[in-house]
Design a protein around this ligand. Sequence first.
Ligand SMILES: Nc1ncnc2c1ncn2[C@@H]1O[C@H](COP(=O)(O)OP(=O)(O)OP(=O)(O)O)[C@@H](O)[C@H]1O
Length: 338
Amino acid sequence: MIHVKQVSKTYTRNQTSISALKPVDLHIRSGEIFGIIGHSGAGKSTLIRCLNCLERPTTGTVTVNGVDLTALHGKKLQAQRQQIGMIFQHFHLLSSATVFDNIAFPLRLAKADRKHIRERVEELAELVGLQHVLNQYPSQLSGGQKQRVGIARALAMKPHVLLCDEATSALDPETTRAILQLLSRINRELGITIVLITHEMQVIRDICDRVAVMDAGEIVEQGDVIDVFLHPAHRVTRQFVSQVQDDTHVRSYVESDAAKTILSISFKGDQTYEPVLFETVRDTGYSFSILQGTISKMKDLPYGQLLIELHGEQIDHEQVADQLRARGLEVEVMEWRS
Ligand SMILES: Nc1ncnc2c1ncn2[C@@H]1O[C@H](COP(=O)(O)OP(=O)(O)OP(=O)(O)O)[C@@H](O)[C@H]1O
């Protein structure tokens, strides 16, 4: 659906060049929620703004639904941009216009007739839960309601893609959850492809299918959220994953003096609820203690991560690991010698 090929962006200011985006390649599939995560200054905004040519790439091409946006200008580019909605961290609403008029704005720009505008705005207001505040002004709304207006406005022209630029960063955790649920529903029910940027791993974990991790203008890692989450390869990815996994206390125990055999186990899907661990321990005869455990959901997929310590004389940890692997679990053995 969206193919980004060798897209880079260099800003020039006062005769100095800033390389905000090194050449990146990206393929975003139709119907997915694709997250882009990175620290401040990593180049996320620059990349997402290149996807609709709000920022014109210095090099490379962006193809959306088979159309190369980077080859277009003026009206032709504008027409293609109608297929791509966008929402922003600070909402960008017209403060002197009502909720109705804010949502109607792109429809009026496209010279839609009054009846169509009314019907479409009411339909959108219902979708995002704003039907009771259509006559109010942005200053009378909460942050969550303002973002709902932004979402309704972005969907007015029935886009295939919705770009979300830190859409929940200005919201409290509860409102963030509600907006993420709304985005998820829009993706599921309307089949709209969503690309979002964030600096919060929780946002990625809760609604994204795939993720790209950015650092210093480059994509340093990308893949299915579950794989990146369970096996983060890059230093920056590990930092983000640790946002949702506080393991400092376990680490200090593991690294303490006594020798120990520790298994790091991860599992996903139906395995999450099966008594695999109990059965393995029963069959091998070792006892174990749980040092850390998480059972949660990544979007709709249950997953778990466990750190267990095996107890017993001359432990054959490979026997235990092999049994677990035979049941489809991923196992890493860590032997700690004093
Ligand atoms: N219009 C601009 N002119 C000059 N430099 C810019 C411009 N926009 C961004 N930059 C620079 O490009 C780099 C990447 O910025 P960008 O906003 O894309 O990062 P980001 O990951 O979105 O950060 P944040 O989360 O803080 O928004 C930064 O060094 C930034 O200062």
